[in-house]
Design a protein around this ligand. Structure first.
Ligand SMILES: Nc1nc2c(ncn2[C@@H]2O[C@H](COP(=O)(O)OP(=O)(O)OP(=O)(O)O)[C@@H](O)[C@H]2O)c(=O)[nH]1
Ligand SMILES: [Mg+2]
Length: 324
């Protein structure tokens, strides 16, 4: 007897796309990392950390879920903010399930009209994840859940703690219910669509945001200009852009202490993540008001950078062909 027959009818494989949408700092990236079981998106205590949409892929016996982490929804008042909101809009295209996320530890939590609007416009099922329940006394959870149930006809409302992991299995269970049958989109060992080169620049940005204050985290952009694997180590050279000289001074710190600390912390985490020895070089430059410059902002998008890198590689190949 075949194994499938012994356990009765085998469940069909399901696959689909789920966008996670919420206010900045709700815990979207924390949830994606938790569900994927690996760090693919950076997390900080400061709002507006995520700038581009990133896919986090979960594959199990039941099927494959492609989560799309998105920038936190906010009123954009710069070219960067507008691009972040475009990334959010792009993430919603072609998804199977919309996953709204609210932070229950926020005082005066109530149904967020802008978020509900996204749910109303979406034709498929919307699930609400109430995050950070580890910070809420239990008796307070029921009234919160009831008020959200009144505000919109969610397919499910699931209390979770993305940080501690509670409720995450229940959340997955609800998502599976609404995914169509279908083949996997990605190989089962792939966890993200974001190449390592860009994850590296994000990890550097995360370490910098964690130690920076005031405007500096928001004015920072990181580009991995070199990403070369040699037999002995991985060589990464990254450019850190800030908007002003004063920010550059803060980022470098007294006698270079700050940038050194960022470099050490980033290198340690990257070595753990990539499982290889790493040389990490960091260079700080001022790009005045880059957040207001649509061209500069576009360069931040790793998909755009990838296109440019591919084009440059093709040009090099063409040139080599001609020289032969
Ligand atoms: N106590 C608690 N903190 C959490 C939980 N989930 C996330 N956090 C914290 O909330 C902060 C923001 O988390 P992120 O995952 O970066 O939030 P985000 O929604 O991706 O934020 P943006 O990228 O800015 O939109 C971090 O300090 C997390 O550690 C949770 O379940 N409980
Ligand atoms: Mg995020």
């Amino acid at each position: 007897m075949r194994e499938e027959e012994s356990v009765g009818k085998k469940q069909a494989f399901r696959s689909g796309f789920v966008a996670i949408v919420g206010r900045p700092n709700a815990g979207k990236s924390t949830l994606v990392n938790r569900l994927v079981g690996q760090k693919i998106a950076i997390v900080t205590s400061k709002p507006q950390t995520t700038r581009n949409r990133i896919q986090g892929i979960v594959t199990s016996a039941e099927g494959q879920i492609i989560f799309i982490d998105t920038p936190g929804m906010h009123e954009a008042n710069s070219a960067l903010g507008r691009q972040m909101m475009q990334e959010l809009a792009a993430a919603l295209e072609g998804i199977d399930v919309l996953l709204l996320m609210m932070d229950v530890s926020r005082p005066e939590l109530r149904a967020d009209e802008l978020l509900l609007e996204k749910a109303r416009r979406f034709r498929g099922k919307t699930i609400l994840a109430l995050n950070k329940i580890d910070r809420l006394p239990k008796p307070k959870l029921l009234p919160v859940t009831e008020s959200f149930a009144k505000a919109f006809d969610f397919a499910a409302i699931v209390p979770v703690s993305a940080l501690k992991g509670s409720g995450c299995d229940a959340l997955l269970k609800e998502i599976w219910k609404h995914l169509p049958e279908g083949a996997p989109y990605f190989p089962e060992d792939q966890v993200t669509d974001q190449p390592e080169r860009f994850l590296a620049s994000e990890i550097i940005r995360e370490k910098a945001i964690q130690v920076m204050y005031h405007e500096v985290p928001y004015a920072l952009a990181v580009f991995a200009e070199k990403f070369e694997e040699t037999p002995k180590l991985l060589r990464i050279e990254a450019l850190l852009n800030v908007e002003r000289d004063s920010q550059k001074k803060i980022l470098i710190g007294h006698k270079g202490e700050m940038i050194k600390r960022i470099g050490t912390e980033a290198r340690k985490e990257l070595e753990r993540l990539f499982g290889t020895k790493i040389y990490l070089g960091l260079h700080v430059k001022v790009a005045p008001d880059w957040r207001e410059n649509p061209q500069k902002v576009r360069e931040l998008d790793w998909r755009h950078q990838l296109e440019e890198l591919t084009e440059a590689a093709h040009d090099r190949e063409d040139q080599e062909d001609q020289e032969e």
